[in-house]
Design a protein around this ligand. Structure first.
Ligand SMILES: Cc1cc2nc3c(=O)[nH]c(=O)nc-3n(C[C@H](O)[C@H](O)[C@H](O)COP(=O)(O)O)c2cc1C
Length: 310
């Protein structure tokens, strides 16, 4: 079973990917947060992000899968063109983002019902032998069985895998996992299926593997932010001690901070990028120390707070 790092906008950027792989070793692939269209085109900084991902891939051998979010065949084509221009040869279709900012504009999970658009996109995918395509989706917008309408279109597309978060868009990222529906999806799909949702421990991975032995893989999002060592622990077959996890996290943090200091200007920008690393971190840290990290408004104060916390 393969292990994928899920895309998390605002968290798993290129810096996270590059430093994480150096400190912990890489999962089978890192999925990039989505690239979107703004004012009819791909923003310059998003194109740069794709180029940098291609550079990281070629210099480290790490597998990175870019993702696109779209509401029409035109948007889809423009985005895939940008991915190709960056020299990347894989692309993931975001058919699952539940945020109203996206779904109200017909993107992300809204695609589960936009079957006419998906038919056109499927035609473009089928005609494009240069790229390897995959899909990341959920079970529906409001109903857990809405995937049934989309499935025949997905089945007819040449896809490497379909990753499924077993919730509806209405549920966002919490609430009951609709595992019966997930199981029905996995049995009915013509493609390899990847499970994604609420994996936090090695036991969680083992449970998914034994419950669904036919799965192609698991994709881990928040669990990998909480415990960035999780994939390494899974591969090694044992849990790392809290001390080791804190020390590795210290290296992850230091590596990311150094990169942000290189590429960004000013304390505010740097702190804005690095602070989210602490949002999900599960290292048994002192709450006061975490509060000091969150409240720090200068790099000097921030660094003192981090030293005190770790
Ligand atoms: C803050 C945040 C940002 C996310 N950004 C993306 C994204 O860019 N593309 C995507 O397909 N999913 C995105 N997701 C969804 C995650 O990839 C994943 O499907 C979800 O968190 C459930 O998996 P988990 O329980 O392992 O975290 C995001 C989720 C969160 C919480």
């Amino acid at each position: 079973m393969k292990i994928f790092a899920a895309p998390l906008q605002g968290y798993t950027d290129n810096t996270f990917i590059e430093v994480h792989h150096g400190v912990y070793g890489a999962p089978d692939a890192y999925c990039m947060p989505f690239t979107r269209i703004e004012k009819g085109q791909v923003r310059r900084q998003d194109a740069a992000r794709l180029h940098r991902a291609a550079e990281i891939m070629s210099s480290t051998g790490v597998e990175i899968i870019p993702q696109v979010i779209f509401n029409s065949a035109e948007e889809f084509s423009t985005l895939v063109h940008a991915v190709k221009e960056a020299g990347l040869r894989r692309v993931d279709l975001n058919l699952g983002c539940p945020f109203p900012m996206q779904t109200r504009r017909g993107r992300g999970a809204a695609m589960i019902r936009a079957l006419d658009v998906m038919e056109q996109v499927a035609g473009l995918v089928a005609a494009d032998a240069d790229m390897a395509y995959s899909v990341k989706t959920r079970l529906g917008l409001e109903g857990g069985d809405e995937w049934r309408g989309l499935l025949p279109i997905l089945d007819a597309m040449p896809l490497e895998y379909v990753a499924v978060h077993p919730r509806t868009a209405g549920q966002m990222y919490d609430g009951a996992l609709l595992l019966d529906q997930f199981e029905a999806f996995a049995s009915a799909s013509a493609h390899p299926v990847v499970y994604n949702g609420d994996i936090h421990t090695r036991e969680d991975i083992a449970q998914i593997e034994s419950r669904y032995p036919q799965l192609a893989g698991v994709m881990i999002g928040r669990g990998l932010l909480a415990r960035p060592s999780l994939v390494g622990e899974w591969k090694s077959g044992s849990d790392f001690s809290l001390e080791e996890r804190r020390s590795l996290f210290g290296r992850l943090h230091a590596g990311m901070l150094a990169q942000y200091q290189d590429i960004l200007c000013g304390d505010t920008q740097i702190l804005q990028k690095i602070k989210p690393l602490w949002d999900y971190a599960d290292l048994g840290l002192d709450r006061k120390a975490l509060k000091a990290i969150r409240k720090a408004v200068s790099l000097a104060k921030y660094t003192i707070a981090v030293d005190a916390a770790l």
